[in-house]
Design a protein around this ligand. Structure first.
Ligand SMILES: [Fe+2]
Length: 263
């Protein structure tokens, strides 16, 4: 009898996960570069959202997990420890949820590799003035699949309605966008802003005329955020070499600084 209950439980869970994968896939079908929608909120399929409420944030953390999906679990565990968590059981369970979520997103996108960004933040006033922007507004490409984001704890990402005027957000550089930040904050109304719930996912169009205008929220509480971008093997290689070059650059700067200090 006990075995039967366990079997039914597992079957139910698998069915639920498959359904949620289906929900994600259906939702993604509403996002076309030439369509009316710029973003769509989707159930993430996270089984225990309360785990993420229990996670502590005592440090800022930012990690890029580029490909190597078989190492994801370990990377999530290490990241959550660095964020300030020491409850192994919570960290392990939360990492399993996040690995499963990554696979659901990839399945819905029909891709087999990705770049995951995982971040924690303490309260900061950096986005008290919202940073309305579109991702990759200076590198347009209709072939890039939508991006997935989710806030696991704390304030969630803000989106402007799909039909808002996007012309002001197409800029050539991050500097240009920063200069326009106050202008954009006056142009877009906070009353119009739409945000997903905690542990609810959002897919949104990037690098396109129909890209979603969005902003980081005002981070008034501890926040844990994650994004998933599908990537080809080629892109993964390119990003890895960029990260490696940047790390080398940082090492070089640090060693030069140390030499100067010794002189
Ligand atoms: Fe963004």
């Amino acid at each position: 009898m006990k075995k039967l209950i366990i079997c039914l439980g597992v079957l139910g869970m698998t069915f639920l996960q498959a359904e949620e994968g289906l929900d994600m896939k259906k939702a993604l079908e509403t996002l076309h570069p030439s369509g009316n929608e710029s973003f769509v909120f989707v159930p993430s399929g996270i089984q225990k959202p309360e785990l993420f409420e229990k996670l502590k944030v005592t440090n800022f953390y930012s990690g890029h997990f580029v490909g190597e999906l078989d190492l994801l679990h370990e990377r999530f565990v290490n990241a959550m420890i660095q964020m300030g968590n020491d409850d192994k059981e919570i960290v392990e369970e939360a990492a399993t949820e996040l690995v499963n979520l990554t696979h659901r997103v990839l399945k819905a996108q029909g891709d087999d590799n990705c770049i995951v960004i995982f971040r924690s933040s303490l309260p900061v006033d950096w986005f008290a003035i919202p940073r309305w922007h579109i991702d990759g507004g200076n590198k347009l490409n209709d072939q890039v699949p939508p991006k997935f984001v989710i806030t696991l704890k704390g304030p969630t990402t803000l989106f402007q309605p799909s039909n808002c005027d996007k012309s002001l957000t197409f800029v050539q550089s991050r500097d240009e966008l920063d200069k326009k930040r106050e202008e954009l904050a006056l142009f877009y109304s906070m009353d119009d802003a739409i945000r997903p719930k905690n542990c609810e996912g959002a897919f949104f169009i990037i690098r396109n005329a129909n890209a979603a205008v969005h902003s980081e929220p005002d981070v008034t509480e501890e926040r844990i955020f994650m994004s998933i971008m599908s990537a080809t093997e080629e892109e993964i290689k390119e990003i890895r070499s960029k990260i490696r070059a940047r790390e080398e650059e940082i090492k070089e700067i640090q060693s030069r600084k140390q030499t100067q200090e010794l002189i």
